[in-house]
Design a binder for this molecule. Structure first.
Ligand code: SIN
Ligand code: FE2
Length: 214
């Protein structure tokens, strides 16, 4: 097996300017104020994740003893998720992703938090890419292939970096080995925030209007 990057993977260092990162961090703080962070747990075992999470957009990803799923409301408050910042919808379409993103998962990494190697596969379509935005402290991001075994590589993701997993990379195994504490001053209190934009349901492309007969 080759360890060349998968087709459809794009790592875009510095995709967001410092001003865009600042504005986005403020918008994410507003989302968290409205939809408080919760600690997801592994299905069955109930073992807590080391990240805390919330979501914005029409759907949100949750993990509890019953499983992994998308739902339209916050698991603790029962409220609909806050609207997705327009800046994220614009980024998604600038990167060529189709239709509108339906969810933005917000993962908050305090010192010591990590994320095991996994695929994003709870969506009802894999035809749209996953778009992932890093804010705050630099992370060591691990990327594999589309099977759990096999070679992996790591890349550092700094604040403002964006990763797109489309095409063959849509089902790429990935995770966060560690976060380098104190590497950014963007977030008050330090740490890292990852925003993951996804399409959850298939979409239909409107068919072209029939040409006028005149
Ligand atoms: C994730 O895969 O859910 C998070 C990835 C990251 O934090 O960059
Ligand atoms: Fe993921």
């Amino acid at each position: 097996m080759s360890d060349a990057p998968l087709e459809g993977l794009a790592v875009l260092p510095g995709r967001l300017s410092a001003a865009e990162q600042r504005a986005l961090a403020d918008e994410v703080a507003d989302v968290i104020a409205a939809a408080p962070l919760f600690t997801p747990v592994m299905p069955r075992t109930g073992a807590p994740f080391s990240v805390r999470m919330t979501n914005c957009g029409p759907l949100g990803w949750v993990a509890d003893r019953a499983g992994y799923r998308y739902q339209p409301t916050h698991p603790e408050t029962g409220d609909p998720w806050p609207a997705m910042p327009q800046r994220l919808i614009d980024l998604w379409s600038e990167l060529g992703a189709p239709a509108d993103p339906e969810t933005c998962l917000i993962n908050v990494y305090a010192p010591g938090a990590r994320m095991g190697l996994h695929q994003d596969r709870d969506e009802g379509t894999f035809d749209a890419p996953v778009v992932s935005v890093s804010l705050g402290d630099t992370a060591v991001f691990r990327m594999g292939g589309t099977t759990r075994r096999g070679p992996t590589r790591s890349v550092r993701l700094a604040s403002g970096d964006v990763v797109v997993f489309g095409g063959a990379a849509r089902l790429m195994y990935h995770g966060i080995d560690r976060v380098l504490a104190g590497s950014s001053t963007l977030l008050p209190g330090g740490g890292r925030i990852n925003l993951t934009l996804r399409r959850v349901t298939p979409w239909t492309t409107p068919s072209p209007k029939p040409r006028s007969s005149r």
